[in-house]
Design a protein around this ligand. Structure first.
Ligand code: ADP
Length: 404
């Protein structure tokens, strides 16, 4: 990787494509942006440099773009803004790598064909992650592409942590726990020993709390159990997803309420979680600002379930040395962190209220891990800002260099 080389990281969802440009061997972030509102209404594009200056803006009124057209636009935009930089490769965030991929993977035709067979395991995410890969392969075939998987970090979990108590005829179809948010957990596993070397071999539970939310038990930086399972709906309640649910509820919805698959899917993925319980909003900031008791109930259920999940993951680890918060809520909500730590007092977590209140602004200054527990706390509590993009850029560079 030369000083004039760059890596582009793509994070594509059902209605948006986000990108970040990393430059030179130190992978300095220099440009980021997104195309949003794909497929409906007015598609919008914006890009900023890392000083916050807007470097590009455009919208397509009532002529929405699809993934392919959005990538064509982005390739064109990049061509005009790279100022002599050479694109060394593109790294993609991909939700599922199945049982085959436990690390980053060059996305050649064979890999893409395998990943397409996994679509039934993640129908709401995987096709959208892969669409930009296909688009780049068609529009800029010389550019190497690397897939980084949200499941990869969890591939080495013990077999028991991955199993459902279902017959072999079902598990053999791939119905097992995979775990997600792996790139965020891997980033935490990377940052934590840098912040405190004593944590390199620690038993850690990390909580990635954003619109999607999950928790992961890590021993010595390796995943041993996670709250998300077969899909990214299990575990904690989220912005609009219900989290762990008695499967009997699904049978009731179908059998007694006559709901079909699409209706159940919409209810559990888009109408539940913080939004469903509060009836107000999926957004933690809005709920924290609300005086409505239903908003309080939604926050209480969120932190209660996080406390229960923490107990379960600490059991999988046989104890706990550190608790880490990440994601939009985990990094910014002192109130949610305080509630979860209060419920975890029995495990030995003792929060420093002043450090906890300062974590948000301190994060902005330091940009790194920030301890929020007291010096005496038996279990250390930390905030580590999520940076999946940097993790993908590092993986992409390493994969390309090992292949060169
Ligand atoms: P995603 O999973 O989509 O990447 P984020 O990690 O950006 O989501 O997290 C979004 C969540 O973070 C929202 O619920 C938002 O309200 C919450 N959040 C962001 N800033 C704050 C804040 N200052 N206080 C409380 N919650 C916040």
């Amino acid at each position: 990787m030369e000083a004039a080389d760059c890596i582009i990281v793509i994070n594509a969802g059902s209605s948006s494509i986000k990108f970040t440009l990393f430059v030179g061997p130190a992978l300095l972030p220099s440009l980021k942006g997104k195309v949003e509102n794909l497929y409906r209404g007015t598609t919008r594009f914006s890009a900023q440099d890392f000083q916050g200056a807007v470097v590009g803006e455009r919208s397509w009124a009532d002529a929405p773009l699809d993934h392919h057209a959005a990538m064509a636009f982005l390739i064109d935009f990049a061509g005009g803004h790279l100022q002599g930089l050479r694109v060394r490769g593109i790294g993609h965030r991909i939700v599922h790598g199945g049982v085959r991929y436990s690390g980053p993977q060059l996305l050649d035709d064979e890999a893409l064909s395998y990943l397409e067979t996994l679509a039934p395991l993640a129908p709401l995410h995987l096709p959208h992650n892969l669409a930009p890969v296909r688009a780049v392969a068609a529009l800029a075939p010389g550019v190497p592409q690397v897939g980084c998987f949200d499941t990869a970090f969890h591939v080495g979990q013990p077999a028991l942590a991955q199993a459902f108590a279902l017959p072999e005829s079902i598990t053999s179809l791939g119905v097992r726990r995979y775990g997600f948010h792996g790139l965020s957990y891997e980033h935490i596993a990377y940052c934590l020993p840098l912040a405190d070397p004593a944590l390199a071999s620690a038993r850690v539970v990390a909580a990635h709390l954003g619109n999607g939310a999950s928790m992961c038990a890590m021993a010595g930086g390796r995943s041993v159990a996670s709250s998300m399972g077969f899909t990214a709906i299990d575990g904690l309640p989220m912005g609009t997803r219900c989290g762990a649910l008695d499967p009997g509820v699904v049978l009731y919805l179908v059998d007694q309420l006559g709901m079909d698959v699409a209706a159940v899917q919409k209810l559990l993925y888009q109408e539940s979680g913080l939004l469903g319980v509060s009836g107000i909003s999926p957004d933690m900031r809005t709920l924290e600002a609300s005086a409505d008791p239903r908003a309080q109930l939604a926050i209480d259920l969120f932190t209660y379930r996080a406390g229960r999940e923490l107990g379960s993951l600490a059991a999988a680890l046989g104890g706990l040395d550190a608790l880490v918060f990440s994601g939009g809520i985990g990094e910014n909500s002192a109130r949610v962190r305080a509630a979860i730590c209060r419920d975890a007092a029995w495990l030995g977590v003792e929060l420093d209220a002043t450090l906890n209140a300062a974590a948000g602004s301190a994060r902005a200054e330091a940009g790194g891990a920030f301890r929020i527990s007291t010096a005496e706390s038996r279990v250390a509590a930390w905030v580590v800002p999520a940076n999946e993009e940097l993790m993908i850029a590092r993986h992409t560079l390493a994969r390309l260099e090992s292949h060169a």
